[in-house]
Design a binder for this molecule. Structure first.
Ligand code: PRP
Ligand code: URA
Length: 210
């Protein structure tokens, strides 16, 4: 399993995730914790961004200093729960572009149904970091990545908060070229495709809709 997904086991993330899972966590608390964790996950997913050196002048002398180079970044949120990860990531990378893929899971078939798609025209020249808190069956993220590849995306990563082993396997089988990151790999899916022990429906908990 660990060769198919990066498990980000930082103690701050693990502690905050436990607070989020608790069923008595408030909507405001859940949203704030997700924002904080997403900043920490963004730090990890950008770990191998390429650097170059440019000459700058400090108050003391000139030096060759490192700056980011190469492809620019685009976050792609899988609506609606993916939006809960965006702001914390944009805090760290404020000039990143943002795309949106609107998908919902049909509750009977668990297949992803698309209702919206908008990404930057030059998505093929960017690293696309697809974000969604939940990787359950993986039908949603597989559909999102299929759609992004059709739109020209060539380099992608995926960041989630919680993953089910079934989803990790399915994503890796469908898109082995996409590196995935998660804060936790839970036990399994229930009969309705929900992650156990999980945290419930991420969208409902972020937006307080149930
Ligand atoms: C949730 C979640 C993922 C999807 C994961 O979205 O945010 O997109 O389910 O499940 P999967 O891996 O089995 O596809 P949902 O369909 O509930 O929509 P929402 O974000 O609009 O609430
Ligand atoms: N989507 C969620 O929001 N939660 C789950 O446990 C599975 C899919």
């Amino acid at each position: 399993m660990k060769d198919k997904i990066h498990w980000v086991d930082h103690p701050l993330i693990q502690h905050k995730l436990t607070l989020m899972r608790r069923k008595d966590q408030s909507t405001a608390g859940f949203r704030q914790l997700l924002r904080e964790i997403s900043t920490l996950l963004a730090y990890e997913v950008t770990r191998d961004l390429p650097l170059t050196r440019v000459e700058i002048e400090t108050p003391m002398q000139k030096m060759q200093a490192p700056v980011l180079t190469g492809k620019k970044l685009c976050f792609v949120s899988i609506l609606r729960a993916g939006n809960g990860l965006l702001d914390g990531m944009l805090d760290l990378l404020p000039s990143a572009r943002v795309g949106h893929v609107g998908l919902y899971r049909d509750p009977d078939t668990l297949q992803a149904v698309e209702y919206y798609f908008k990404v930057p025209q030059d998505i093929g020249e960017r690293l696309a970091v697809v974000v969604d808190p939940m990787l359950a069956t993986a039908n949603s993220v597989i559909a999102a990545i299929d759609r992004l590849k059709n739109a020209g995306a060539r380099q992608m990563k995926f960041v989630c908060l919680l993953a089910a082993p079934e989803g990790v396997d399915a994503l890796h089988a469908a898109h082995p070229d996409v590196e995935a990151y998660t804060a936790a790999i839970d036990d399994r899916l229930d009969d309705h495709g929900y992650i156990l022990p999980g945290l419930g429906d991420a969208g409902d908990r972020i937006y307080g809709t149930r």
